[in-house]
Design a protein around this ligand. Structure first.
Ligand SMILES: Cc1ncc(COP(=O)(O)O)c(C=O)c1O
Length: 336
């Protein structure tokens, strides 16, 4: 019997999510910007979903922008940070601080800007334990730094970065308001407690298909993250917008809202928050049992980064008999 252990790549949809999406496909098809009754109801559904996503990460105001997924949310922040740099009156070369263990959805857009000499980058390597050192993040900041992007949890090792400490250290910098702090939280919602206030981030990336939701995402934005677009970049909207168009999503992400999938993401976030305690315990139990059996039976030579703070569902296993580091299996377990 095959056992699916690739939940960090994607999860199946929760039955409640499928049911809500299906209902909205037939009932909430109207344009949420239309003033008639059907439009107003669709608007309510989108706003309810927005609130559910925000609540799952401890935000009361609902400053959430729906996107096509995590890749888009990350690109909005990374590309937007160059406009943000200009909007703060700086005229040198923008500088970005990130780590070399981020997901491709962060490293590739940054590398592309770096290659085209549109920014300079400090690529931090993880210290022992697979974590980014918060002191190294702050040490790397220069007067030209416009973006710090450090993921909350790594999708392959499951190691959790101390983003709260990074946030605290950034907060003490005199030029904090000139720096966007972004964390890719794709792997954490429903697995660990995520609280935007404690992190002190300006942007948080949320991905539905990692938490039993649909294949869409969201970007949480703080007030700093909504800094207005500079006149030199056409004014209006906000620096973070990749697209120009209608006024949807506070102009941050124009285009008619995808009501059914926004609703599905909202439902997935609501369930993730409700079930967090139970799921955490269940995943940790499964993960620990798996690791114990793999070691006992000699299938695994070792488990990577076992002593670091990790996601409760993720295990990075070095298989026995293979050259060290060559055959690494990433197992990610299901919620209860
Ligand atoms: C940490 C992390 N960030 C971003 C992404 C990209 O998300 P999406 O596939 O929704 O664009 C993923 C998905 O694998 C991920 O694990």
């Amino acid at each position: 019997m095959a056992v699916y252990m690739d939940y960090n790549a994607t999860t199946p949809l929760a039955p409640e999510v499928i049911s809500d999406i299906t209902q909205s496909l037939s009932e909430h098809w109207a344009n949420p910007s239309s003033p008639h009754d059907a439009g107003v109801r669709a608007r309510q559904v989108v706003e309810e979903a927005r609130q559910q996503v925000a609540t799952a990460i401890g935000d009361k105001a609902g400053d959430v922008v729906f996107t096509s997924g995590g890749t888009e949310a990350n690109n909005m922040v990374i590309l937007g940070s160059l406009e943000f740099y200009v909007s703060t009156g700086r005229s040198g070369t923008p500088h970005v601080v990130t780590s070399d263990t981020e997901h491709d959805a962060v490293t590739e857009p940054i590398r592309s800007l770096e290659t085209r000499r549109l920014c300079t980058v400090t690529w931090l390597s993880c210290a022992d334990g697979g974590r980014v050192d918060p002191a190294a993040v702050v040490d790397a900041v220069t007067p030209d730094t416009c973006l710090v992007s450090v993921m909350m949890a790594n999708n392959e090792t499951g190691v959790l970065n101390d983003v709260e400490e990074i946030g605290r250290r950034l907060a003490r910098l005199p030029n904090r308001s000139h720096i966007w702090f972004h964390t890719d939280s794709a792997q954490t919602i429903g697995k660990v407690d995520v609280d935007v206030a404690r992190i002190g981030a300006d942007f948080v990336t949320i991905v539905g298909h990692k938490l039993y939701g649909p294949r869409v995402g969201a970007l949480w934005t703080s007030p700093l993250g909504q800094t207005a677009r500079p006149a030199s970049a056409g004014g209006g909207g906000a620096c973070v917008a990749l697209l120009r168009g209608g006024g949807q999503e506070r102009r941050l992400r124009p285009g008619t809202e995808n009501t059914p999938l926004a609703r599905g993401l909202g439902t997935a976030c609501r369930l993730a928050a409700q079930r967090l305690q139970r799921d955490q315990a269940h995943m940790r139990q499964l993960r620990d049992l798996l690791e114990q059996r793999l070691l006992e039976t000699g299938v695994a030579e070792r488990i990577n980064l076992r002593g670091s703070p990790r996601l409760p569902n993720t295990s990075s296993v070095v298989l026995a008999g293979e050259e060290s580091g060559r055959a690494v299996l990433v197992c990610s377990c299901a919620a209860a």
